[in-house]
Ligand binder design. Sequence first.
Ligand code: AMP
Ligand code: ZN
Length: 667
Amino acid sequence: MNDPILEKIQTLREELNQHNYDYYVLDTPTISDYEFDQKLKALQELEKQYPQYNDPNSPSVRVGGQITKNFSTVTHEFRMYSLDNSYSKEELEEWEKRVLKLLGTEKVSFVCELKYDGASIDLTYRQGKLVQATTRGDGIQGDEITANVRTIGSVPLTLRGDYPEDFHIRGEIIILKEGFKKMNEQRIAEGEDPYMNPRNTASGSLKLQDTTEVAKRPLDCLLYYVVGNNLPIHTQFESLQKAREWGFKVPSQSQLCHSTQEVMDFINYWDIHRHDLPYETDGVVIKVNEYQAQQELGYTSKSPRWAIAYKFKAEQVSTTLESISYQVGRTGAITPVANLTPVLLAGTIVKRASLHNADQIAKLGLHLSDEVFVEKGGEIIPKITGVKLEQRSSQATPITFITHCPECNTPLVRNEGEAQHYCPNAYGCPPQITGRIQHFISRKAMDIEGLGSETVELMFRAGLIHNYADLYELKAEQIQDLERMGTRSAQNIIKGIEKSKEVPFERVLFALGIRMVGETVAKKLAKTYKSLQALRTTSYEALIQIDEIGDRIAQSVIEFFANDLNKAILERLERYGLQMEIQETEAPISDVLKGKTLVVSGVFARHSRDELKALIESHGGKVGSSISSKISYVVAGENMGPSKLEKATQLNIPILSEADFEKLILE
Ligand code: AMP
Ligand code: ZN
């Protein structure tokens, strides 16, 4: 190997791998984020220029860029068992006795580990490279989510040290408490609802189709189990140390225990100190240390006999239910909230508990002034788990769900099959009106400088705005007398509003607040339709043809544009001069594909399908959607549909791999 380019690429990859490891696993970065980004950019540039040196485990894959439409199901080489649970010290002692009896000994050592609360994952490594990542699924089969997992910084793509040729390692994909908090703060600042708990958010993130989105989530991976044939390891504790040496993130809290007493001490210690850990834990896993002994004990139909989980009790207190308030969200959803007599729980004062919906209240059978049990589970907001019935007075009145909107008095509706009540008065209900305007001005939407949620609230209450189009008719004189305003800030707001007329179409589309149309979908629609005019005259059938646009999104888009109020508002926005079409893209890079139509199919290692389509267009070609005799080439990735492939072969259409295609456009 004496190609200087390849050497340069490899040096950059090694450096970046090392920095990733320092940052995510050791938590001690040695260079600044800026320097890291520079190196990453340099690598991406080279990889783009010299696609022949691409590697699916290059650190550049951390940033995402690939779309997975369907996750394929794979069978686990080694079954992923679940764990038996125990909830008391007695149950745990019984398990230990059983283990000793089965082994016919009097002493056995255990490893105590914390039970990480996330989504389980199986990683396959061959020759020190990550080759596959799979969810647990039903334990026998799981989903293949390798591309998504490659974006997680603490998952090593390339191993270090003296690793086995071929093995699996298992662990838990989690979100650290700190990262979760930051992510939610950002969501709230952007007018979006916060995520409920780290665990569900972590497992939901693994099934996102766009790896770029996955890369943005603060995911982490904690490992606890090495699996394989003929591994050079003899105990669980040794496996944890080895995994650490190979570059995995293995929490340091695990402990080798030689007696039942030591196991109990570990549990008692962490029952109190778990709140100080950077990650969520819901218990301790106790494992027999020696592999030999593990083998003798074997498995039941669903779990190993050599391990057991001890679940911590959720902290619980009781307090009085004083009243219920009902909150109306931006989309009109009604959320009941319990107001409680303040009480101390897991280190914080609790005054409110979420109740989710009417069913929840009915299930608990809540009455006013009930003495209720409150728990903090994985959720940040505590929940009510039960009622002290013996303390209820005979006069207590049961709580009945409201029938009318607390904000606008419109009768509430509840759709068939949905748990939530809604206020249908979308255009007349104050929190829905202001919520929509607040979304419109938020950072990822119109990003109107100088204007914040509270000012929107004030303007609305002063009768100055009723919808987001009204913003564009505001005069500085009208707003300067509002609370905490002044001539200067009033002028700034007007300037900010004026400037938002330059915001590109895709963000305008997102800002409109069409239900189910988030940032990504808005981008997709803008790219596909290119103008508001084209989008508002489209059909449901055309919409669902688009990648990633399903029935519910299509329905919602059609409804939005059919609404007369929306029509009037959109006309005004157009008249004020907002961007209602995408800016023409740059001139083509070349015309090597002039007169040719290409079909892109399957999943690719280095480009998303959209990127490939953009490349075709920027080299003068056209993108076709189905195989016919008019097609010049098919660019085929992995998992291309067999019928498409057959048709292309029948018609003698040349099939290009990703690399062939790159060569074609580079010539
Ligand atoms: P459960 O989902 O309650 O049956 O608990 C079993 C799951 O706990 C396993 O499938 C693992 O995903 C997870 N788990 C978390 N931490 C550990 C650990 N340290 N050792 C083994 N399993 C763990
Ligand atoms: Zn209402």
